[in-house]
Ligand binder design. Structure first.
Ligand code: R5P
Length: 313
């Protein structure tokens, strides 16, 4: 017998009862946000879900106006919208789409592959706002019933959510891509200790070794430096610099500049989220990074993560 549901929509005045046939019971609709149309389409294909595109207009004052190209039908709705720069606009767009989706469904999964503000996960200096906590609250307030993200910067940021959260990883997909490159005896290097566990995991997927540099950031000035930079002999091994994200490229450029003086081979920069703000790409090239390998959590990206996301929907 088909299950009977009482749909209660908290922003539409009337309650109503619908009977969902078995064939539609598990039906998904994927809404593609303006920052993630390619990934959203791929996820909808993997799930056999209906795809609805959203259209974006930006007003002269910077406000976003979003319109769904079609009205969603019954079933779970998955909103796919990443938050790369412009972070605040993309965050507002993600929240707006979740809010609208909730008018049509009781189950709205927010897929935010790159979740901005995750680095602001605690009060590092007195008076700092813990913005990642606010972001978590905003997704609940907008109506998300679950959130999926990829390789979040800090697990601490996940603790602020009051809805179920899945933090999946792109490491297996990055490893598959890296294996196809002609790398000589590669070593995976994390620019700081913070991401070294992940560098170790990537190295193990590649069947190779890893090491971590000790980048530090002055919390007041934002300046980064290597706290120790001992002379090494990397014996011409290729290097895969691995981090969760590249923003300005400063961290990876600092690491590459140091490593190229330690008798290494070619240097590759791998990360899940390549924001590549400003001249980051040129900066990395100048520092000796031959190629940047990143995922479509920030489009376009070389490595597709639609399957790892689809698995946790
Ligand atoms: C910081 O701890 C992160 O893991 C990244 O290393 C950092 O956010 C990268 O930023 P940028 O490219 O500006 O150095």
């Amino acid at each position: 017998m088909p299950p009977e549901f009482i749909f209660f929509n908290h922003r539409v005045k009337k309650d109503f009862i619908v009977t969902i046939p078995d064939s539609l019971y598990q039906m998904f609709t994927v809404i593609g946000g303006p920052s993630s149309p390619i990934l959203a389409k791929k996820i909808s294909k993997k799930l056999g879900a209906k795809y609805i595109q959203s259209s974006l207009q930006v007003f002269p004052d910077g406000e976003s106006k979003l319109t769904l190209d079609e009205q969603p039908k019954k079933g779970k709705i998955i909103v796919v919208q990443s938050t790369p720069p412009p972070v605040n606009s993309n965050l507002m767009r993600a929240l707006s789409l979740v809010y609208t989706a909730r008018l049509y469904s009781e189950q709205v999964i927010a897929v935010v592959p790159y979740l901005g503000y995750a680095r602001q996960d605690m009060e590092f200096l007195k008076g700092e706002v813990v913005s990642s906590q606010l972001v978590a609250n905003l997704f609940s307030a907008a109506g998300a019933t679950k959130l999926i993200t990829v390789d979040i910067h800090s697990k601490l940021a996940l603790n602020y959510f009051t809805i179920p959260v899945e933090n999946t990883t792109a490491k297996t997909k990055l490893a598959l891509f890296l294996k196809k490159l002609d790398l000589k005896n590669p070593v995976v290097v994390s620019p700081d200790y913070f991401w070294s566990g992940h560098a170790q995991a990537l190295a193990s997927l590649l069947g190779t070794t890893h090491m971590a540099l000790n980048k530090h950031r002055d919390r007041k000035t934002g300046k980064i430096y290597l706290a120790s930079a001992a002379k090494l002999d990397l014996g011409k091994k290729d290097v895969i610099l691995f981090d969760d994200m590249i923003s300005t490229g400063g961290s990876m450029a600092l690491a590459a500049t140091y490593l190229k003086n330690q008798n290494c081979g070619k240097i590759y920069g791998a990360c899940t989220h390549a924001l590549l703000v400003g001249d980051a790409r040129t900066r990395l090239k100048k520092a000796g990074v031959k190629k940047i390998i990143s995922t479509n959590t920030v489009e376009p990206g070389l490595v597709d993560v639609s399957d790892v996301i689809s698995q946790v929907v």
